[in-house]
Design a protein around this ligand. Structure first.
Ligand code: FES
Ligand code: FES
Length: 159
């Protein structure tokens, strides 16, 4: 089967790749583009570990084909920090110990960033609802929710 040529923008960089017709965006990111921050937890849209932002919308990259990236703008966990400057969410997660492992955390950060771009002042209920698609088996969610709420408050204060 001939491979499909795709032109897209990933983390601000114009990117081209070849993929199989049935290859997921997650596999393209991890296996072809060496962007391994997006994780494969379930491959069925249930865990959120593979979360990326496509044209501003939160997407499970395990449920999207690589070929569907044609012409799209994709942001992954690798693009969240700016050089050595961590995103405020990343900094707050460190300060508040809102993480234990590297499997769920990238997806949670990507999802939380997308939330704060849409809603800079979310309620606790809205944060919990937004992150309901991101599963963590080990921390409990409380520190994660607190970190997102505190980041939102800090970012509003800095605006
Ligand atoms: S790996 Fe995509 S939602 Fe779990
Ligand atoms: S910190 Fe990753 S699964 Fe909980």
């Amino acid at each position: 089967m001939s491979r499909i040529h795709v032109t897209t923008t990933i983390n601000g960089d114009s990117t081209e790749f070849l993929c199989e017709a049935d290859e997921t965006l997650l596999d393209v990111l991890r296996d072809d583009l060496e962007l391994t921050g997006s994780k494969e937890g379930c491959s069925s849209g249930d865990c959120g570990a593979c979360s990326v932002i496509v044209d501003g919308r939160l997407v499970c990259s395990c449920l999207m084909l690589g070929a569907e990236a044609e012409g799209r703008t994709i942001d992954t966990i690798e693009g969240i920090a700016k050089g050595d400057q961590l995103h405020p969410l990343q900094q707050k997660f460190l300060e508040m110990a809102a993480l234990q492992c590297g499997i769920c955390t990238p997806g949670i950060l990507v999802a939380a960033k997308n939330l704060l771009e849409r809603n800079p002042d979310p309620s606790e209920e809205e944060v919990r609802y937004w992150l309901a698609g991101n599963l963590c088996r080990c921390t409990g969610y409380d520190k994660i929710i607190r970190a997102v709420l505190e980041t939102a408050a800090d970012m509003r204060g800095a605006a």
